[in-house]
Ligand binder design. Structure first.
Ligand SMILES: Nc1ncnc2c1ncn2[C@@H]1O[C@H](COP(=O)(O)OP(=O)(O)O)[C@@H](O)[C@H]1O
Ligand SMILES: [Mg+2]
Length: 229
């Protein structure tokens, strides 16, 4: 059973001399950083320091004014191209808002992206095993057949994380995932996530100023004055 797809590159993403401004506000300036494929990098930084901008650039939702970004060994293609969709489907993404379909069950939500990726077959033992392994780790098995609108914020976040992991990602991008979760909930979620990540070689970026997130990090960096330090 494997959560990850094989990653062939040393760096999951490389940013070289990236500058990004909104109007005359320079958010990121001459930022260079290479994200190792198999490490979780926790990005900290004050509110407004450019953390979300960094993640939007890594997702190709925003384009840098200057500089280059590669993702999973490729320059990020234009967001309307089919190559873009193919590349981004290999990245597990969770944002502040878990973006679940409230009318669908926990299982349907958790398998939604894997289904699109052709990585979910409910008749396949390996797929079912992976789902129950992830549900067990997040302690959400008992909700499997419930519609997600019956769940708490922390449980919804676990479903969103499960959905990302079920898609067999090569890399993760998480932006303030525990923003709406109470402190005790944060501890539990990051502990469970760490347990799952310890079973894999999966790397990624987690943006958070929650100290609880540090438990999952292989590296902790800060965005300051437009750069990663
Ligand atoms: N779409 C946008 N248009 C104009 N300004 C933006 C936009 N997105 C972000 N900003 C500005 O860029 C700066 C960094 O924002 P952001 O990346 O969201 O920071 P963080 O996630 O670290 O709180 C802030 O000053 C914010 O107001
Ligand atoms: Mg942000």
């Amino acid at each position: 059973m494997s959560i990850t797809s094989t990653t062939r590159t040393t760096y999951a993403a490389e940013m070289a001399h990236v500058t990004k401004s909104y109007g005359n506000v320079v958010v990121l300036e001459d930022l260079s950083y290479s994200f190792p494929s198999n490490e979780i990098v926790l990005v900290e930084g004050e509110s407004g320091s450019g953390k979300s901008t960094l993640l939007r650039l890594l997702q190709g939702i925003e384009v840098p004014d200057y500089g280059n970004i590669s993702l999973l060994g490729h320059p990020i293609p234009p967001s309307r191209s089919k190559h873009y969709g193919h590349l981004l489907r290999q990245v597990g993404i969770v944002f502040q808002d878990p973006l679940l379909d409230n009318n669908l069950t926990v299982t349907e939500n958790a398998t939604a992206i894997a289904r699109i990726n052709g990585r979910w077959n409910e008749d396949k033992v390996d797929d079912l095993d992976l789902l129950s392994f992830i549900f067990h780790a997040f302690e959400i098995e008992r909700f499997a057949d419930q519609p997600v609108h019956q769940l708490s914020g922390g449980q919804k976040l676990r479903v969103a994380l499960a959905r990302a992991l079920m898609s067999h990602p090569r890399w993760l991008l998480l932006d303030e995932p525990t923003h709406m979760v109470d402190p005790a909930g944060k501890v539990g979620i990051y502990k469970q996530l760490k347990g799952l990540l310890d079973e894999t070689n999966l790397g990624g970026v987690i943006v958070s100023h929650d100290l609880e997130a540090r438990v999952v990090a292989n590296k902790i960096v800060t965005i300051e004055s437009g750069r990663i330090v």
